[in-house]
Ligand binder design. Structure first.
Ligand code: F6R
Length: 263
């Protein structure tokens, strides 16, 4: 795992965007995994800047979202269908037909989950997966005690996650869905590269557990320890509980040229 500590949230987005940009530049029809929530917004903003500058073209890129609420109208402004359309598809210029989000309104949810797994396989797998982490250590909506072998499935959102996400629903906990569909931890680990971003002191405990804690389903983010190409990019606040922070800073400051991806 590569751990990169950068001063500001904006810079976190820029460095993560550089990783995604490299994948898309090298492979015009790359498959990217996209997350929702606040964390990746600076990544999408920086990628949009590159698209607007004519440096990047997402028109042949395929995208798979990590998760979706169950029981929320797809047209609801907080459905991940809406969020991905607004933040990713439209801003980066992806073709809507190439953007996939689990179908949380399907009549047969287990079937929708199995179909989603198949769709990812048919696309040849995900080249780079963007991730955030919940304050309780979840990635995707794989809440604590999720199996490392899990695949796309229905999950019950943890009380902490619903409380944290109430900010997207006018601070009204009642409006936050109770269930979701989420890619499983094994689905996420199948991606060829993982890039996880986290900012702010509220993520410091989760980041420390994910990077330096024992592998445990109590912190699903620790699944990244099993991946051969995982990069965790955090600001100083999110890094504040890392025991080996100085080592990560030193390592990043002395990366050999061939390992650099910032541009
Ligand atoms: C979003 C997702 C979640 C979020 C996590 C952090 O698709 O799967 O794991 O990445 O809840 O959310 P924010 O970034 O809003 O703190």
């Amino acid at each position: 795992m590569q751990v990169v500590i950068i001063p500001t949230a904006e810079q976190v987005g820029r460095v993560a965007a550089a990783k995604v940009a490299k994948v898309v530049r090298d492979k015009a029809d790359a498959v990217i995994g996209v997350a929702t929530g606040s964390s990746p917004l600076t990544i999408y903003a920086d990628l949009a800047r590159r698209v607007d500058a004519g440096e990047l073209d997402f028109s042949a890129v395929r995208a798979f979202a990590l998760d979706e609420y169950v029981g929320l109208d797809l047209a609801h402004e907080q459905s991940y269908h809406s969020v991905i359309r607004n933040e990713v598809t439209e801003r980066l210029g992806l073709k809507p037909a190439l953007v996939h989000v689990p179908d949380g309104s399907a009549a047969d949810l287990p079937r929708a989950c199995a179909d989603y797994e198949q769709l990812i396989r048919d696309a040849g797998g995900v080249d780079i997966q963007i991730l955030g982490i919940g304050a309780n250590g979840h990635i995707g909506f794989n809440e604590p005690t999720s199996s490392f072998a899990s695949r796309t499935r229905i999950k019950t959102l943890a009380p902490r996650t619903r409380a944290d996400n109430a900010r997207f629903f006018h601070d009204d906990l009642e409006q936050v869905p109770t269930h979701c569909l989420t890619q499983g931890l094994a689905t996420i680990l199948d991606a060829r590269r993982l890039v996880l971003v986290a900012t702010g002191a509220g993520k410091a405990d989760a980041v420390a557990a994910m990077v330096e804690g024992p592998l445990s389903s109590m912190c699903p983010g620790t699944a990244l320890q099993l991946h051969p190409d995982a990069t965790v990019i955090v600001d100083e606040d999110a890094a504040s509980r890392l025991i080996l922070a100085d080592y990560y800073r030193h390592t990043y400051a002395h990366l050999p040229a061939w390992q650099r991806y910032e541009d």
